[in-house]
Design a protein. Structure first.
Length: 403
């Protein structure tokens, strides 16, 4: 089978997903086009260089609707003969774009793809597209639907994680992210977002709070306790599904959950022939990909079974992985991953994660693959695994290997 290689990986800085965020006036279309242009310029692509642009974005309404991938191609400097595919696997959309591109190449459907995603959460509000599992009683009741924050607290309750453990993970994420920026670890991958006159708008992750400590986080009230306990209450729904739980321990708040931000990311994926054509050197190969479905109520435990699946499918074990990127949607997600595999926390999210820098839904999966590759190169390690939890009860993973 043809191998699929990563030739480039880049992202924008993540801006605060609010009206006072640096990227708030930048549309999803423009940020996507800027990102595609950066891939083109950095790799000297010309003509019909890639088979397709596969672009993840979760809230596909308003400016993010109508096959944003194709719109972004037309708004960019890419050849108009390149089509575009917009996909949505919730938080794993950017990763699924990369995995789909890689598997298309492995199957012989084209020599190269640009894959990634975007989410402008300050402009297109999360959930504004609606969701049958949340609004259609025939599905919501049968699936014991609860919001993601409640699911994160269910994980904490089921697996015994305390508020102090979650807060400690959040403080460490902030510390690692600040150190990564101070040491220039993101310089290879982060592009500067500019305005129409070419003047810089943002060149760093804006959401970070590097001075965060345990004392600061201890002052924050649990974010999901009220919606859990208010009548009729999602806690009761959870306990109907899991009657062995006497109560839900609400440990998550804004400081130990992922930040709402704006951002985009892209990877250039191709086979050997593509690299030879454009004089590019592959940085890593996409060794394997996986996705799974699971219980939609607890919802966010997906990184554990999808990692088990990808390792089993590939004949590997957890000790074969040098570094891990586990999306910090909520602290309990990462705590559960570390507990399940007994992995050294020093190998997980080495440069911080979404708690510190934010989680632009459609882009994050592509971001963490790029971050993983950069860190493998920095540490001269070989194999890395990136994985995300996904709304409605799914998981996705990618294993990459340096070449």
């Amino acid at each position: 089978m043809t191998e699929a290689y990563i030739y480039d990986a880049l992202r924008t800085p993540r801006g605060k997903g609010r009206k006072d965020g640096a990227l708030h006036e930048v549309t999803s279309l423009r940020l996507s086009a800027l990102t595609l242009n950066a891939v083109k310029e950095r790799n000297n692509l010309d003509g019909h260089a890639v088979e397709d642009v596969i672009w993840g974005n979760v809230t596909q309404v308003m400016e993010q609707g109508g096959c944003l991938a194709r719109s972004a191609v037309l708004a960019s400097d890419l050849d108009e003969r390149i089509p575009g595919l917009a996909i949505n696997r919730f938080c794993a959309s950017g990763m699924e774009a990369v995995n789909l591109a890689a598997n298309q190449i492995k199957g012989g459907a084209g020599n190269a793809y640009i894959a990634g995603g975007v989410e402008m959460m300050g402009r297109v509000a999360m959930g504004s597209d609606g969701a049958a599992i949340a609004v259609d009683p025939s599905l919501a009741m049968d699936s014991y639907f609860v919001p993601q924050g409640i699911s994160a607290d269910i994980i904490a309750t089921e697996y015994g994680f305390s508020r102090e453990q979650a807060d400690a993970l959040a403080v460490e994420s902030q510390r690692r992210a600040a150190k990564a920026w101070e040491e220039g670890r993101f310089e290879k991958s982060v592009i500067t977002v500019t305005d129409q006159n070419g003047l810089p708008i943002l060149d760093h992750d804006e959401y970070m709070r590097p001075g965060t400590g345990m004392d600061n986080l201890a002052k924050l009230n649990p974010a999901f306790q009220m919606m859990g306990e208010a009548m009729p209450g999602f806690d009761k729904v959870a306990i109907m599904k899991y009657p062995h739980l006497e109560r839900i321990n609400h440990i998550h708040h804004a400081g130990n959950s992922s930040g709402i931000v704006d951002g985009a990311a892209a990877l250039l994926i191709g086979n050997k022939e593509f690299g030879a054509q454009f004089g590019l050197t592959p940085r890593a190969r996409i060794k394997s990909t996986a996705k799974i479905g699971l219980d939609p109520t607890i919802m966010l435990t997906g990184p554990v079974p999808v990692t088990q699946k990808i390792l089993s499918d590939d004949g590997m074990n957890i000790g074969d992985i040098d570094l891990f990127e586990v999306n910090e949607a909520f602290a309990s997600v990462v705590l559960r991953f570390q507990q399940a595999f007994d992995v050294d926390p020093e190998l997980v999210n080495v440069n911080g994660g979404s708690i510190a820098m934010g989680h632009p839904l459609g882009a994050t999966g592509a971001i963490i693959i790029g971050t993983l590759l950069d860190e493998l190169e920095r540490q001269d390690k070989e194999v890395g695994l990136a994985t995300l939890c996904i709304a409605s009860g799914m998981g996705a993973a990618t294993v990459i290997e340096r070449v």
